[in-house]
Design a protein around this ligand. Structure first.
Ligand code: SF4
Ligand code: SF4
Length: 200
């Protein structure tokens, strides 16, 4: 069991509590929030955003659909999932979705009927999780990754593969300076690691 992602978690509440402004880019400590750093980037990796045996476009369609069928989603618990996973014993939370176009996040956070069952789950699991990106990356490194990838799929993979991000950052520092062929090879490497390694 390689990572703490094997614990059901997410940290959309990094420095935040339910009821606070989830949409902001900075967290309470004034640091950039790696879950939603701006530049069109976002992450829900620890909620299982990449734990689908599907291409990213299909995952995105599924997550966008959840916004439309909120009533159906609200009746699901964290053990309910509908799609084949890459890793069977880790999370594919039914409450991940597109909180705004292209931006992945926790839909349950904005549920008006935030019930006691969810409150308990958030308090015991979601709220307490901090991934390595939260702890180890500087604001500049997070923003470098966000501006470079400006999406949810590759941005998440990049900040979760800190060694790759730090090598890239050390060499270029400015996202616009990363040559296209290097960017494409990094994306291919990240995709391969997702399938080959015990990342999720
Ligand atoms: S893996 Fe880290 S950055 Fe991504 S959503 Fe979880 S806590 Fe946020
Ligand atoms: S309930 Fe929300 S924050 Fe918790 S794991 Fe699911 S999507 Fe992530």
């Amino acid at each position: 069991m390689k990572s703490s992602l094997r614990i059901i978690v997410c940290r959309f509440f990094y420095g935040q509590l339910p009821g606070m402004d989830y949409n902001r880019v900075m967290n309470n400590s004034g640091k950039i929030n790696p879950c939603k750093p701006g530049f069109g980037a976002s992450c829900s990796f620890c909620c299982g955003s990449h734990n689908f045996m599907l291409p990213p476009e299909e995952i995105e369609n599924i997550l966008a659909e959840r916004n439309i069928n909120a009533g159906l989603r609200k009746n699901l618990n964290q053990k309910d999932f509908s799609f084949k996973k890459i890793c069977d014993d880790t999370l594919q939370c039914p409450h991940m979705g597109m909180v705004e176009p292209g931006i992945i996040g926790c839909l349950a956070y904005n549920d008006a009927d935030f019930n006691s069952e969810f409150q308990e789950f958030f308090n015991s699991v979601c709220k307490e999780y901090y991934c390595a990106a939260c702890k180890e990356l500087t604001d500049r490194q997070i923003l470098f990754a966000a501006e470079l990838m400006h999406d949810w799929y590759y941005y998440s993979l990049l900040i979760y593969n800190i060694d790759i991000l730090l090598d890239l950052y050390a060499e270029h520092q400015i996202p616009g300076d990363v040559p296209d062929d290097i960017l494409e090879s990094v994306k291919a490497e990240l995709e391969q690691k997702l399938l080959d390694e015990d990342m999720i």
